[in-house]
Design a protein around this ligand. Structure first.
Ligand code: IPT
Length: 968
């Protein structure tokens, strides 16, 4: 018997991360020529990695029969193969370093002409990102191979470059040994997905440099030093530095420090005789001494988000406009920090962070999460054979990004377990760049990190950590080390679907405990892939929509932005919770209290505008006279109006802090913060006089403007508005992702076990009285002995019909209720909604800080939030009154006694619950109207803690009172 086994493993199954590549270095642009090789390349996709090249690398090869593919791009988003999503699981057997024989392999060819004036001398071919492993040939000669998808690779190419025509050939494998190091929670997408460039590197040029720009907050002065390989000179005119030796320590005197709030950059030029590099210098010093994370001597409060790179059409291929859109949206929503989860971003993103001001945790492209599913056996993080591959990743990130003032911390990676390779990465980094703390969340018993980090810790654990009272870890020395560290939540508040709830309570903890220095919400954007139905209807695909055998469904849609970058209600809530200026009008004390929570900026750039509204209509407005508040400062200014209004209409004082002038990141007048308070109190609404129901014809009862079925007591119409599904108790909502709780305690499971999604009603009695009608019933589910005793008490006068709904549990209900209210159905024409209450956005008990009391109008269709997986959404809270009108102005007005929540949609809860995508929902010929006393909170149990106790809807006795008036 003969056996054929390869003598050595192929490069794509090698522990060695690369061969033939140049040492990593800083990324910069200079006056040396560059050739952009992005455009349309020739492309073919092979099913396996071991196919012979067939000579495609040779200049003479005929590729005319090949397809084309843009570079940069993922081939799966251009009709070759299909995207696949898993969160933790590897989509192939865990058999490191081996990968499946079925290994989609893309061959790329690009012929380019070297410009006539291209200089002689060294030249470098740079790939900014190729997923996951690639080999390169220039003019038929192999240059080497590389891995590290989100990291740059450079090859020296001068000896192979020719004048005139050149042929570049690249073979890219979807799977490689490196795939074991890249198990991030995201789509598996392959190809050359970042830029490719040819760089002329002048002899005697600046191969690499490390810019050190420190700030001494005690003196307000800066120090500048640039480490270079070739001796270089620096000029920063603004600092009076002209052609000075770069390597010397320059005490440059007073400078304006760089911070995310005040991103001051000094422009300079670093030069050798052969090359000039424009540089942007931000003076800042980061330290964690005394267990506090500080920049420029001030403690930081990170109001952060985790950002994956995502575009619904191009995947992780981002153009400049998209990166800028992210930065602007972050700045406009009071976000001051980004963790580049879970890999170094496109390098231009960090330029934008320097320029616009965001604190950055730059995270290495390392995650081995799938090994958790096999008890971390053979985890690469603790296997010396992977030592070079993991260390090289860290080196490539640090060297590439080391000159960005925005980067204040290095992260070793995400969810990579524990082990010696992580320690080695940290040790090398500390020695190479002592100026930045090191972050890694996955090993709380590690001595090699500078911050203590957790993900999804519930509020009470954060409070315990704030008191230095977290549970201990195994090694006493490591335990002591950790207890001396500042704390961040590298992931919290899982923004999947409706929610996340509980943001404000986290922020209170961050602002209470010095040790808690903020966190990063998971995550910035839903990674939905845009798809189109034949009729043009657009929707966004998630896991399972591409025929994947193994997938994690819509867990990939857990962002604050919908995939097309429409802000979700969660982002609105985050903006409110992250407000840098707190505004508290307090009519009782006759003042407005203003607090500046910025660490570096004063409030001179803000204008404080006030208005008074009566039932949502502005009746007076003006501007508060406020002196600039220094960082951390607060003041009280007198209330601009009397604390009690001269009207019995509900009145509110609103104060808004807006930009008093245009900024790089927002226009003049952009709202940064707001506060509001009611002036006086609300008079209770008048009760109807009460009238006896009258029996009409054909089994119809009339009461005020209402007509009822005389046998069942079911409401049929209100003043000519037909009610096609009568007013009935409703306890069910289409479970949200946070109710479902894939990685938390599922309240949905309890609800379904109790049968809350299939409740039935048994009428117990219909009683007519002198002043109204009472219908009693018992609502319960099949196979359950639990019930809800309900009474609907109707009364009316000439114009109004008043409902008092009382509920009383029959038996011991073991969990919070989804919602408590009534459902009814209205004619489809009543689609124009106006209301006075919280808005304009959706709100639930634990996510309503962003909803202010006012008067709003929306269509029924606009009330919906199109979360990628349909679920409960669109609730409007604390409504005083709402009108549902047809185009001719007729319709129905609902008043609360005193307030209610409402949602209105053109499909039932059942349809909402069973749809997989928004376009599965077909409008019915009626409007389902839900009028609720309350909803259960939302929490963030999709991957985190559930609803805080104060936001649970307890299954006790409840009363809801509503008045209905026909609008004629
Ligand atoms: C955590 C991951 O770090 C992150 O990448 C993402 O998957 C997030 O969860 C959930 O969306 S890991 C989690 C299972 C605790």
């Amino acid at each position: 018997m003969t056996s054929t086994q390869p003598a050595s493993p192929p490069y794509y199954e090698s522990f060695a991360p690369s061969a033939g590549t140049r040492p990593p270095r800083a990324r910069f642009r200079s006056d040396a020529p560059e050739l952009d090789l992005d455009c349309t390349w020739r492309f073919r996709l092979l099913p396996r990695a071991d196919q012979p090249t067939g000579g495609f690398e040779q200049p003479g090869f005929d590729d005319s029969g090949w397809d084309t593919l843009p570079v940069p791009a993922h081939w799966q988003l251009h009709g070759h193969g299909r995207p696949a999503y898993t969160n933790v699981s590897y989509p192939f057997p865990i058999d490191p370093p081996h990968v499946p024989d079925d290994n989609p392999t893309g061959d790329y060819r690009r012929v380019f002409d070297l410009p006539h004036d291209w200089p002689d001398g060294p030249a470098v071919l740079r790939f900014d990102g190729v997923d996951s492993c690639f080999a390169v040939w220039l003019n038929g000669t192999a240059l080497g191979y590389s891995t590290g998808s989100r990291l740059p690779t450079e090859f020296d190419v001068a000896p192979l470059l020719r004048g005139g025509r050149n042929t570049l050939a690249v073979r890219v494998h979807q799977w490689s040994a490196a795939s074991y190091l890249e198990d991030q929670d995201m789509w598996w997408l392959s190809g050359i997905f970042r830029d490719v460039r040819l760089l002329s590197r002048p002899a005697g040029g600046l191969d690499d440099f490390f810019l050190h720009a420190g700030y001494d907050h005690t003196t307000g002065t800066g120090t500048l030093r640039v480490d270079t390989r070739t001796s270089a000179r620096i000029t920063v005119e603004e600092l009076g530095l002209f052609d000075a030796p770069a390597a010397a320590v320059h005490e440059v005197g007073p400078v304006e420090p760089w911070s995310a709030e005040t991103p001051r950059l000094y422009h300079g030029v670093l030069a050798t005789a052969a090359e000039r590099v424009p540089v942007r210098i931000g003076f800042r010093t980061v330290d964690t001494s005394g267990g506090v994370l500080r920049a420029n001597g001030r403690p930081l409060l990170l109001r952060g988000v985790n950002r994956h790179e995502w575009h619904p059409d191009s995947g992780r291929v981002l153009d400049h406009a998209t990166m800028l859109a992210d930065v602007l949206l972050m700045k406009q929503h009071n976000i001051n920090a980004v963790r580049t989860s879970h890999y170094p971003p496109h390098p231009d993103f960090l330029d934008l962070c320097d320029e616009y001001g965001l604190w950055v945790i730059d995270e290495c492209d390392l995650e081995t999460h799938g090994f958790e599913e096999v008890g971390w056996r053979r985890n690469p993080s603790d296997d010396p054979r992977w030592g070079e591959a993991t260390l090289e990743r860290m080196r490539r990130m640090v060297e590439r990004d080391k000159n960005h003032p925005s980067v204040i911390m290095w992260s070793l990676g995400n969810e990579a377990g524990t082990g010696q390779n992580l320690r080695a990465m940290a040790e090398w980094t500390r020695q190479r760049d002592p100026g930045r703390p090191i972050h890694y969340e996955g090993d709380p018993d590690s001595p090699y990190v500078d911050v203590y980090s957790r993900m999804y810790a519930p509020h009470e654990e954060v409070a315990a950590i704030g008191r230095y009272a977290e549970p201990g870890t195994a090694d006493p020395a490591n335990d002591a080390h950790r207890r001396a560290l500042p704390f961040v939540l590298c992931e919290y508040a899982h923004a999947m679907g409706t929610g996340p709830g509980g943001l404000a309570e986290y922020q209170e903890l961050f602002e209470t405990f010095d040790r808690c220095q903020g966190g990063f919400v998971w995550e910035w954007i839903d990674h939905g892939i845009r798809r189109r139905e034949p009729d043009g209807t657009e929707w966004f695909g998630y896991g399972g929509d591409f025929g994947e055998v193994l997938h994690d469904g819509n867990f990939v849609a857990d962002g604050l932005l919908l995939p097309d970058r429409t802000p979700s209600p969660g982002l609105g809530e985050l903006k409110k919770v992250y407000e840098p200026v707190r505004i508290c009008p307090d009519p009782a004390s006759g003042t407005v209290r203003l607090t500046n929570t910025w660490a570096f900026a004063d409030t001179s750039g803000l204008a404080f505008l006030w208005s008074v509204t009566e039932e949502g209509v502005v009746v007076a407005e003006g501007q508060l006279a406020v002196d600039a508040l220094p960082p951390g400062g607060s003041t009280e200014v007198p209330l601009p109006v009397p604390p009690v209004p001269a009207t019995d209409r509900e009145s509110w004082l609103n104060v808004r802090a807006v930009l008093g002038g245009e900024r790089a990141w927002a226009p003049d007048g952009h709202e940064v913060a707001w506060g509001q308070a009611q002036l006086g109190s609300t008079a209770p609404r008048p009760e109807p006089a009460g009238a006896a129901p009258a029996t009409g014809t054909e089994g119809v009862l009339t009461l005020g403007p209402g007509t009822f079925d005389s046998a069942s007591g079911a409401l049929r119409s209100i003043g000519g508005v037909p009610v096609s599904s009568p007013v009935a108790l409703d306890l069910w909502r289409a479970p949200t992702d946070n109710d479902h709780a894939q990685h938390g305690i599922s309240v949905e499971d309890q609800w379904r076990r109790l049968g809350l999604d299939r409740l039935t009603e048994r009428r117990v009695a219909t009683e007519m009285a002198e002043d109204g009608l009472v219908v009693r019933s018992r609502v319960a589910a099949a196979a359950s002995d639990l019930g809800m005793l309900v009474s609907y008490t109707w009364s009316g006068d000439a114009d109004r019909l008043l409902l008092t709904l009382d509920t009383e549990p029959d038996g011991r209900w073991p969990c919070p209720l989804p919602r408590l209210g009534v459902h009814l159905a209205l004619p489809p024409e009543l689609g124009a909604v106006e209301w006075f209450g919280r808005g304009p956005g959706e709100a639930y008990p634990d996510i309503q800080r962003a909803a202010r009391v006012g008067r709003y109008t929306r269509s029924v269709d606009e009330l919906q939030t199109p979360y990628l997986r349909p679920q409960e959404n669109g609730n409007r809270a604390d409504t005083r009154w709402a009108c549902f009108r047809a185009a001719d102005g007729t319709g129905l007005r609902v008043e609360g006694h005193p307030v209610f929540d409402f949602s209105a949609r053109r499909w039932s809860t059942r349809a909402l619950d069973s749809a997989r995508h928004p376009h599965d929902l077909t409008p019915e010929d009626r409007i389902h109207l839900h009028l609720d006393l309350a909803h259960n909170g939302i929490g963030s149990a999709s991957c985190g803690p559930g609803v805080l106790p104060q936001y649970e809807l307890r299954p006790t006795g409840h009363r809801l009172r509503l008045a209905f008036t026909p609008l004629r």
